[in-house]
Design a protein around this ligand. Structure first.
Ligand SMILES: *Cc1c(COP(=O)(O)O)cnc(C)c1O
Length: 374
C-alpha cells in the first residue's frame, strides 16, 4: 500500500462492526482499571500508555518504517534520543547550521554533564570528518537543514557512521516522512517535530521518534515514561486526523514552493533563493535522489534588514510568524532571533496551500515595496 492510501485509512479498525464510527475518538485517561498483578493489564496509568498515542504511533510507524514513540513536542523527541544515547565522556556530532534549539540543548545541558559537542556544516557532508574524533556515540543530521536548506547524503553518512558503530539520528522535520525515509536510508532514529507539516494546521505542538529496531524503541519509550514528556490525547488524535490530508497538503505546498522559488529567482530584488527543488541548489541532484517532494519551506535573501522588513509589512497573504508547515503561508526574518548565523535580509518562508497565482501576485507587489524609497 502506498503512503497516500495508508494515510486516509489510518485509524480505521480492521474489523469494523455495523454502527461503528469510521474514525476513532480521542481516549482520555489518567488511570485504567488494573486489578491484581499489573502484568495482567495492558494499561495501568496515563503517563505510561494511552490508546490515542498508540493509534498515532502505529500510523507514523507505517510511514517511517519503524516502531514509533510520540512526544509532547519535537524538542522532547530530540531530547529522548540525546538522553538515551549520550553519557559523560561521549561526544555528539551536530550540524552547525541545523535547528538552533537542538544545538542550544546540547550546549546548555550536555556540555556541563561532560559530553563533547562537535559541529560542522551540513553541506558537503562535512560532519563525516568529525566521526574520526574520539568518543563519538551519536551523529545528528538534518537534511534539508533549517533554515538554509542545505543537504547531506543520508545514505552515505549513515554508512560511514555505522562502520564506526556510531548511532545516527536524522531530524526529518523539514522533509517529513512523506518526502524522505531516513530509516530506509540507514538511520537508527528518525526524529521529527510534527508541530510542522504533519499536523499541519498551526494549532498543535507534538513530536515523534521512529526507531530502526524494537530494542531502541523500548529505550526511547522508557525515557518518555520516566521523564513524562508525553503528548496530550487530544493533540495525538488531532494529529492522526490531520495525517489523512498530509500527503495532499505537502504535495500542494511543494508545488507552490517550487513555483515561488522559480519566480523569486527571476526578481532583481532577490539576491539568492534557497530551495532543493531549484537546479541552482548545490545538491539538487542529491535532492532528486533522496526526496520525493522538496517541501513547502524555502528561504531567500533580500538586500538588508530594511528591505526584508518592508517586504514582510507589505505582503498581505504572507503572515509574519515563526514555524512552518501550516496550510496558510507565513514568513519571517530569521536574524531577528539571533540564533541562526544568517544575513540580516534572510527570510524563511513556509508556503501554504493557497492558489499559487494569488501568492505570486502578492509577492510581486511586496517585493516592489521592499525596494521602494520611503
Ligand atoms: C520545530 C523544529 C524542532 C522542534 O520541534 P518543536 O515541536 O517546536 O519542539 C526540531 N527540529 C526542527 C528542524 C524544527 O523545525
Amino acid at each position: 500500500m502506498r503512503d497516500e492510501t495508508r494515510a486516509v485509512r489510518y485509524g480505521h479498525p480492521e474489523n469494523l462492526q455495523p454502527g461503528d464510527p469510521l474514525h476513532p475518538s480521542p481516549i482520555f485517561a489518567g488511570t485504567y482499571y488494573a486489578p491484581g498483578d499489573p502484568a495482567n493489564s495492558p494499561r495501568n496509568y496515563g503517563r505510561s500508555d494511552n490508546l490515542s498515542w498508540r493509534q498515532l504511533e502505529e500510523a507514523i510507524a507505517g510511514l517511517e518504517g519503524g516502531p514509533t514513540i510520540v512526544f509532547g513536542s519535537g524538542m522532547a523527541a530530540g531530547m529522548a534520543v540525546f538522553g538515551c544515547c549520550l553519557r559523560p565522556g561521549d561526544a555528539v556530532v551536530l550540524p552547525s547550521d541545523g535547528y538552533f534549539f537542538c544545538r542550544s540543548l546540547a550546549e546548555t545541558y550536555f556540555v556541563e554533564m561532560g559530553v563533547t559537542v562537535l559541529k560542522a556544516p551540513t553541506a558537503d557532508d562535512a560532519q563525516a570528518a568529525l566521526l574520526e574524533e574520539p568518543g563519538v556515540k551519536l551523529l545528528w543530521l538534518e537534511s534539508p537543514s533549517n533554515p538554509e536548506l542545505t543537504m547531506c547524503d543520508l545514505a552515505g553518512m549513515t554508512k560511514t557512521a555505522r562502520g564506526k558503530r556510531i548511532l545516527v539520528a536524522h531530524d526529518n522535520t523539514t522533509a517529513t516522512a512523506f518526502a524522505q525515509k531516513p530509516l530506509a536510508l540507514g538511520a537508527d532514529f528518525s526524529v521529527a517535530s510534527d508541530t510542522k507539516a504533519l499536523a499541519g494546521h498551526s494549532d498543535i505542538v507534538l513530536g515523534h521518534v521512529s526507531c530502526r529496531n524494537q530494542m531502541l524503541a523500548d529505550q526511547v519509550r522508557n525515557w518518555r515514561t520516566l521523564t513524562g514528556a508525553i503528548p496530550g490525547p487530544m493533540e495525538s488524535w488531532l494529529t492522526l486526523r490531520s495525517m489523512a490530508t498530509a500527503p495532499l497538503r505537502i504535495e500542494r505546498q511543494s508545488s507552490n514552493a517550487q513555483k515561488i522559488a522559480e519566480f523569486l529567482a527571476t526578481r532583481p530584488e532577490v539576491e539568492r533563493v534557497y530551495y532543493p527543488g531549484l537546479p541552482s541548489h548545490p545538491r539538487h541532484d542529491l535532492a532528486v535522489r533522496q526526496m520525493r517532494h522538496f517541501g513547502g519551506v524555502l528561504s531567500f535573501m533580500l538586500r538588508d534588514q530594511a528591505a526584508a522588513e518592508k517586504f514582510l509589512a507589505a505582503a498581505k497573504l504572507v503572515t509574519e510568524a515563526t514555524s512552518f508547515g501550516g496550510v496558510s503561508t507565513t514568513a519571517e526574518r530569521r536574524a531577528r532571533w539571533g540564533g541562526d548565523d544568517v544575513p540580516a535580509g534572510f527570510i524563511r518562508m513556509s508556503v501554504g496551500c493557497e492558489a499559487v497565482e494569488d501568492l505570486i501576485e502578492d509577492l510581486t507587489q511586496a517585493l516592489s515595496a521592499s525596494d521602494a524609497e520611503v
